[in-house]
Every structure is written in C-alpha cells, then in structure tokens.
Design a protein around this ligand. Structure first.
Ligand code: PLP
Length: 410
C-alpha cells in the first residue's frame, strides 16, 4: 500500500487494520470509558506500556485515532493529533510548546482568530513579532535569541498572500526553530508542508477536508523534520523513549488531555468520510476558482482580484512551483463607486455566510464581519481592503457560477 496515490491511500486507510464484521468504515465508538479484563492492562495503558490502548475519550477514541492515522498519511507525517476545532489545534501548539519569556515570529497575514490568539499570548509573557512573511528577509530580521517558533499560513485567509515557504523552512532549520505551517487553505492534497521543512502542520478539518460544513475539527501533524532533543521546552516527563515522539507526546498530554478540546467520534467519522473525496473536490473547486478569477479580473466592475492562480498575483511563481492548484479561496473588490452589498444580494447561488471549503459556495464581505472586531488599522496591516469580498468556491457547476456572476454584475 505504500506507493498508492493520495485518494487510493485515503479510501483504504481504515482497512489497514481489521474491522469487526467486515465493515469497511471504522465504527463510531461513543464510549467515554474503556475497560480491561486485567487491571495490569489498565495500568499499562496509563503508563504507555500497552500501545494503542484507550482509557478516557478526552484523550482519544478508536474513531479519532483512525482519523489521526488518515491525516498522517495525507501529510506524509510521523503522527497526528486531532482536536475539536482548528483553533483548538493552534492553541495546543502555542500553550504547550511556549513558555513565558519565549518569542514567536508570526506572519501578519493570518486567519483573524489566530491573530487574536497571538495577542492573547502576550498576556502570558510570550513575545510576538508579526512580520510580512511573503519575504524570508522579514522573518530573519525578527529572529531573536529567545525565538522558539515561526508560524505562517500557506495561502493566507482571506487576502491570499503566500508565505515564503521554502526559504522560511531553511531559516528555521538553520536556527533550530519550530516551523508551524497552517495548511488549511491548501489542504494536504494541494500542498505538503513537509516538503518545505515544516515541523508541525495544522489543518482545520472543518474546512475542505471534512468538506461538507457539518463537522468541526482540527489536527496537528508532526512531519518528523524537527529534532525535539534540542528543544528546551519539552518537560522531563515527555523526554522518554523515542525522541522523535517527544513533541507529539507533550502536545497530546498537555495540549489535548489537559486542555480538553477533544474531537468527538461522531465528528471524526464525518470528517473521515469527507476526506475520501478531498482531492476530487479540491481539483473541481480550484478549476472553478481559476475560471471565476480570470472572469472577474477582466470585468470592468471589479477593481482587484486576489487569487494565486492568476499571473498577476505577487506570489504566483511560488504557488505554481509548490501547489497543485491555486485553491478554492478567492477574494476580490468591486469598483469603489459600486454597491457591494447590492451585488452580493443579486447573486443567487452562493450562500451569504462565513466559512470555507464547503460543497456550496459561500460569500462574505470581510471587513464588516469576520474582521470587524480587528478594526481598520489592523485590517490595513493585514492587507484587508475595506471592500474585500471573500468567496469560497463550492461544487456548483462552473458555468452556473459564471452565469450567476455575470447577471449580478450585469
Ligand atoms: C478556519 C481556519 C482556522 C480555524 O479552524 P476552526 O476549525 O474553525 O477552528 C484556522 N486557520 C485557518 C487558515 C482557517 O481558515
């Protein structure tokens, strides 16, 4: 099974270990407790000497473990941990791998809630420097002796800036920094952050991996690229056994067990089913996104289009070199003299809603909604124009979406 393609691997992932009754999906295990015939085995699960055992669902279930194995295969990683949400996964990384007095360099072009979380970190004595991560020089200039971690997104949500991914990977390697890459907008089908030296990869499973807008989830994958033996913040309790597992051990115990943002088995199952069609959906929605971006760029009512698949995008060459396609996230601005709300209201197919990576197209004006709390100064710093509209391309037929845009712009 080692050399099969992405989708073949994912649809057969559950069958790598036997399932009762010949079932071809992992069952949804709803048990909170897991019991044992011999107390020695109960003790062994607690002490980690019985491998793959479960004791209490906050720390994982057979269903979430099956999803973790699937995500690990998708990212070609060493191991993964699932969380209740993408934000749960990001919070676990920051709170378990950083201590007061440490310093983080983060892209200033990140998801709004990540930006808000980075501000919270400052209250706990962690220094944060936000930089324009589209050029490695800005990241390099921000590195200090107490820097521990660099955080970037692949394609930033919503303004589509692309971090200088391979160069930042080389910089982190040279300085022994944990390199965290949020792969949500690209997904492991369009891009594998391991190829640019990422240490930890985040995926909000809520988005295109689950793909149908029915389940929240998040994951952290350790790519195996980082040497945890040199990382000062691993607690003595987790500096045991195979050093490659130290980071995951600490993230699972401190991040998942203690913080408790645990994924439910029901949602893990839905995400698992959604993941089977990730590549097919991402190919289709990326193709539609490119067609729409080209159409909008040529339209006189549109003043700007943000899409990495367009030659006019500032990081188009980087996107072409590293991503299979430009993704299903597209932002644009109407000419300033046109009424943006009236235009959105004229569209018939896209749902006026927040969210990304659904089967249905979703449209939202960014500044008055998801980036409202940030305020105008922070929006400007993140490259978010006041009139920016974010469009998450769904599975509707390309021709139908093009026709809908034509009538609404008409
Ligand atoms: C949505 C999103 C998140 C957060 O994921 P949730 O599952 O909604 O918590 C993190 N990063 C990016 C880039 C996102 O788009």
């Amino acid at each position: 099974m080692k050399d099969t393609g992405f989708t073949t691997t994912i649809v057969h992932a559950d069958l790598q270990s036997p399932i009762e009754h010949g079932a071809i999906h992992k069952p949804i295990h709803t048990s909170v407790q897991y019991g044992f015939e011999r107390v020695e085995d109960l003790v062994g699960v607690f002490q980690g000497t019985v491998k793959g055992g479960f004791n209490y669902a906050r720390q994982g279930t057979p269903t979430t473990a099956a999803l973790e194995a699937k995500i690990t295969r998708m990212e070609d990683g060493l191991g993964s941990i699932c969380f209740a949400t993408g934000m749960g996964a990001i919070t676990a990384i920051f709170l378990t791998l950083l201590r007061a007095g440490d310093h983080v360099v983060a892209s200033r072009y990140v998801f709004g809630n990540t930006n808000s979380l980075l501000a919270t970190l400052k209250n706990f004595g962690v220094e944060v420097t936000l930089v324009d991560a589209t050029a490695v020089a800005h990241v390099a200039a921000a590195v200090q002796p107490n820097t521990r971690l660099v955080f970037v997104e692949t394609i930033a949500n919503p303004a589509t800036q692309i971090a200088d991914l391979p160069a930042i990977g080389a910089l982190c390697q040279a300085h022994g920094l944990v390199y965290v890459v949020d792969n949500t907008v690209t997904s492991p089908w369009l891009f594998r952050p391991k190829t640019v030296g990422a240490s930890l990869v985040i995926n909000s499973l809520t988005k295109t991996i689950a793909g149908h807008g029915t389940a929240l989830g998040g994951a952290v994958t350790d790519t195996g690229c980082f040497d945890w033996q040199n990382y000062p913040n691993i607690f003595a309790a987790y500096r045991q056994g195979d050093a490659r597992q130290w980071g995951l051990q600490q993230l699972r115990k401190k991040g998942l067990r203690d913080m408790g943002a645990s994924l439910s088995s029901e949602h893990a199952h839905q995400i698992s089913v959604g993941a089977e069609t990730l590549a097919l959906r991402a190919n289709q929605t990326s193709a539609t996104a490119l067609a729409l971006a080209q159409y909008l760029e040529a339209h006189p009512a549109i003043s700007r289009v943000y899409y990495p698949g367009l030659a006019s995008h500032p990081q188009h060459a980087l996107a072409r070199a590293h991503f299979k396609a430009g993704s299903w996230l597209l932002s644009f601005e109407l000419r300033a003299d046109l009424d943006c709300f009236a235009f959105i209201n004229r569209l018939q197919l896209p749902i006026k809603a927040t969210g990304l990576g659904d089967t249905r197209s979703l449209i939202i004006p960014v500044a008055p909604t998801i980036f409202w709390e940030a305020g105008p100064a922070a929006r400007a710093a993140m490259g978010i124009a006041e009139g920016m509209i974010r469009f998450s391309v769904g599975l509707e037929d390309t021709a139908d979406l093009l026709a809908d845009f034509a009538q609404a712009l008409g």
